[in-house]
Design a protein around this ligand. Structure first.
Ligand SMILES: Cc1cc2nc3c(=O)[nH]c(=O)nc-3n(C[C@H](O)[C@H](O)[C@H](O)COP(=O)(O)OP(=O)(O)OC[C@H]3O[C@@H](n4cnc5c(N)ncnc54)[C@H](O)[C@@H]3O)c2cc1C
Length: 507
């Protein structure tokens, strides 16, 4: 099925400057994209601008789980688990092409911080908070039961464990699907369009729009809006600083690193929940096609979200945990196919102590000059966050709109079936040249990184992060976007820089 077309980029840029919007959303991560979709579906005139690409920030660097958040039980965030479990159920129903059930095995070893009885009680509560409507209920497992699920787990000291259900997604595609559906509902969405200044109605009046810089064409556009919404994730405080009188930090970033290694080295069959042998934190070994993803870390950071990268110590911490649970893997730094980092945009207030126990709940606030800011939250709860945020926008505007329908309306974004003659970009991965065409024609991909990092996760699954296939991708894109030879050379150069920025492991 061919997806509905959205206007070309040039037309969308024109539209940005052409009218006064009800709502300008700054930031095209899952939070901003979800808000733009909900607001547009309710009938508001919406613009969504993203300085890089949709999902280029934290929303392409998550653990890709749509989960109730079993570890939040320990910290008593029952409301968050309840809400996340409800959203997991909805996303499994409404976006089965993007969200699929994933079974986790939690092995318990002698002397573990979470003993078997506590795990059993916790998972019973986990099922109860999902109103026993999760994909399946948890099962307590004896030692042999755990090894039957995951034969490559360390058998030494294993006393038993449990199996339970959560769900997995492709975080970037989930984000792009929301942005595109916002456009299908008449929102004007533009990636590679950066807010450089906010504008105000008079010296002390309310915010009435923004100056937006088109990072591809170089033009400046004055976007007028009745309300501006800051959904810039870890960049939130930078947008807030554009207000004359910012009201203190809104986000506190913690850094999370993941690594991908060849799946056959680890030999996990499904997802495995691990307690870090170093500090007892909950971590995961996750299946990802030909790869296994190990993550994550959770450390306070002052690194800029644009420059955040994995460090050698992060990589060793993750490898160490995986080797302890899967001793035959004997992973070393040479086995790491890719390592990357993202920043959790946690709510600043009340989050002072241990990052692992910091709340993942979200906060919505309105500044003295009328800018609405949303911080915190999770990929899993984005739809509910968007609903609350758009309610706040509607109250602020004092208008009547259609009711929120995102809890019932399926999310589009299915990948079209491949033609048999369409060859794969890389033999062992499923992505094809037709996916590149689809990304450019229907999914707003403008750069090689938009395609290889976010419309398909190829860059995370190749040691060269897709540099070898980049010329082929550039040729297809150049054809569609009318790039000159110099334009193709520039795009390839830019991609090489992006790969260094995202995937370099700092010593
Ligand atoms: C390591 C890690 C693992 C995680 N795992 C999970 C998980 O498994 N499940 C889960 O539910 N949640 C998970 N999370 C949390 C989840 O990923 C985040 O809560 C979510 O992605 C945040 O999305 P966001 O849209 O708020 O921020 P972002 O995705 O960072 O989006 C903000 C956007 O604003 C843009 N922007 C910045 N400045 C400007 C400007 N001037 N003009 C225009 N745009 C601008 C940025 O380019 C960026 O794209 C994880 C987080 C991390 C870090």
């Amino acid at each position: 099925m061919t997806p509905p077309n959205i206007p070309r980029r040039a037309q969308r840029l024109l539209a940005l400057g052409d009218r006064r919007f009800d709502l300008l959303v700054v930031g095209g991560g899952i939070t901003g994209a979800g808000i733009a979709r909900d607001a547009a579906r309710r009938g508001l005139a919406v613009a969504l601008v993203e300085r890089d690409d949709f999902a280029a920030g934290t929303s392409s660097r998550s653990s890709r789980l749509i989960h109730g958040g079993v570890r939040y039980l320990e910290h008593g965030y029952l409301h968050l688990v309840f809400e996340a479990s409800r959203e997991r159920r909805r996303l499994l129903d409404l976006a089965p092409h993007l969200v699929h059930p994933l079974q986790f095995t939690w092995p318990v070893y002698r002397g573990a911080r979470v003993p078997r009885w506590k795990l059993g009680a916790g998972l019973l509560l986990y099922d109860a908070l999902a109103l026993f409507r999760n994909v399946g209920r948890h099962r307590r497992l004896g030692r042999e039961g755990v090894l039957a699920e995951e034969p490559r787990l360390a058998a030494d000291g294993l006393t038993g464990g449990a199996a339970y259900w959560d769900a997995a997604t492709d975080d970037a595609r989930l984000t792009v699907a929301n942005a595109l559906d916002a456009a299908h509902a008449s929102a004007t969405i533009v990636n590679h369009a950066e807010v450089r200044a906010l504008t105000f109605d008079g010296a002390h009046g309310p915010c009435d729009g923004a100056l937006v810089h088109d990072r591809i064409g170089g033009q400046e556009i004055r976007v007028q809006a009745r309300v501006v919404l800051n959904a810039a994730g870890p960049w939130t405080d930078e947008i807030a600083a554009l207000e004359a009188a910012p009201s203190g930090p809104a986000v506190r970033g913690t850094k999370g690193v993941h690594i991908a290694v060849p799946a056959e080295r680890v030999g996990n069959r499904g997802a495995v929940t691990m307690l870090s042998p170093d500090d007892g934190r909950v971590m995961f070994t996750l299946p990802a096609g030909t790869h296994t993803i190990i993550g994550t870390t959770d450390t306070p950071t002052t690194e800029h979200p644009h420059e955040v990268r994995a460090h050698g110590a992060d990589v060793r911490y993750l490898l160490g945990a995986c080797n302890r649970f899967f001793p035959e893997a004997r992973l070393s730094e040479d086995d790491v196919v890719a390592a990357w980092a993202g920043i959790r945009p946690l709510v600043a207030s009340g989050n002072r102590g241990d990052p692992a126990s910091a709340s993942r709940e979200h906060a919505i606030r309105t500044s003295a000059r009328g800018v609405i800011t949303i911080t915190g939250g999770k990929l899993t709860t984005y739809r509910a966050m968007a609903e609350q945020c758009v309610d706040a926008v509607v109250r602020h505007l004092g208008v009547r709109v259609r009711p929120c329908d995102t809890a019932h309306v399926p999310l589009p974004g299915e990948r079209p079936a491949a033609h048999p003659e369409d060859v794969r970009l890389v033999p062992e991965l499923p992505w094809r040249e037709s996916d590149v065409v689809q990304a450019v024609r229907f999914e707003c991909a403008e750069t090689i990184a938009d395609v290889l990092v976010r419309r398909m996760p190829l860059a995370f699954e190749r040691r060269d992060h897709g540099l070898a296939v980049a010329p082929r991708v550039a040729a297809v894109m150049g054809n569609l976007l009318r790039w000159t030879d110099a334009g193709i050379a520039h795009a390839l150069d830019e991609y090489a820089q992006e790969v260094r920025r995202l995937f370099t492991v700092e010593p």
